[in-house]
Design a protein around this ligand. Structure first.
Ligand code: CDP
Length: 250
């Protein structure tokens, strides 16, 4: 009987191993502001048991640290130096207040500060600086190389991990994205005005798409999903479909 059980188990194990082999190990998710990248990326990483890295957090951390230290956003030299020296850590939530993760800059918890309007205002200009991008891209690649990761940003599929196994680009109309961001801000209990939120999202999109270095765009081999009419569950379902239908290139 024992022998029979072993024989029966074999195809099941083979099947399971095949399934693991078939899963993409590095998953890049890009898209414009408030397109749902962070929500989908976080949920997907949880389901797969992968590491989740939201690279926008790193650009925001540099921007906040510059503001907190009195460095002018326009001071490219000092901001770039700061990006090289700042120790940014994204770790499991240390406080139970609805956060997806805790963000530390030189050991200081700045999880909520990086969402302040002045950071929204400064982050896109900061992200155009080559020195800032070089410093952060190097860190992101180091983390990406370990595999089993969902990395979210603007240039992951194009620049940071051009060899990612699966690339997804999430899009939605400006109005829909502004609505989503507005609801997020209101849910945090912060004062918000819809038109101001929409203007801020539009302005960041413009700077992010027009910059010469690593501009926001879908990689040629990315699967583009228009999320405008879709719920979070529907987007997640589509992305999971891509993960499960993924075939490794020979
Ligand atoms: O969450 P949201 O989509 O509003 O923005 P984010 O992902 O936190 O990114 C904030 C800003 O960082 C973006 O507007 C970009 O200017 C910059 N960024 C970038 O240049 N490259 C990345 N890989 C990620 C973010």
């Amino acid at each position: 009987m024992q022998g029979q059980a072993e024989v029966d188990a074999e195809p099941r194990l083979r099947e399971a191993a095949k399934l693991t082999l078939r899963q993409p190990s590095t998953i890049a998710i890009d898209g414009p502001a408030a397109s749902g990248k962070s929500t989908i990326g976080g949920l997907l990483a949880d389901l797969l048991g992968y590491v989740y890295l939201d690279t926008g957090v790193m650009y925001r951390a540099v921007t906040w640290a510059a503001i907190a230290r009195g460095i002018a956003i326009e001071d490219e030299g000092r901001v770039s130096l700061l990006a090289e020296q700042l120790k940014i850590d994204v770790v499991r939530p240390t406080v139970d207040d609805g956060r997806q993760y805790t963000v530390l800059a030189d050991e200081q918890d700045i999880t909520w500060e990086i969402r302040y309007p002045e950071v929204n205002q400064g982050v896109s200009p900061v992200s155009t600086y080559p020195g800032v991008r070089a410093a952060l891209t190097a860190q992101q690649r180091r983390i990406g190389r370990r595999g089993r990761i969902v990395m979210v940003g603007r240039d992951i599929g194009t620049v940071v991990l051009p060899d990612a196994d699966l690339k997804v680009y999430l899009d939605a109309t400006l109005e829909e994205r502004a609505k989503r961001r507005y609801r997020e801000v209101v849910a945090r209990g912060e004062p918000a005005e819809f038109n101001a939120v929409q203007a801020s999202v539009r302005q960041r999109d413009e700077i992010d798409s027009r910059r010469t270095l690593a501009p926001l765009r879908a990689a040629e081999d990315a699967v583009v999903i228009n999320t405008t009419p879709l719920s979070v569950d529907q987007v997640l379902e589509r992305v999971l479909g891509l993960v499960n239908g993924w075939q490794a290139e020979e």
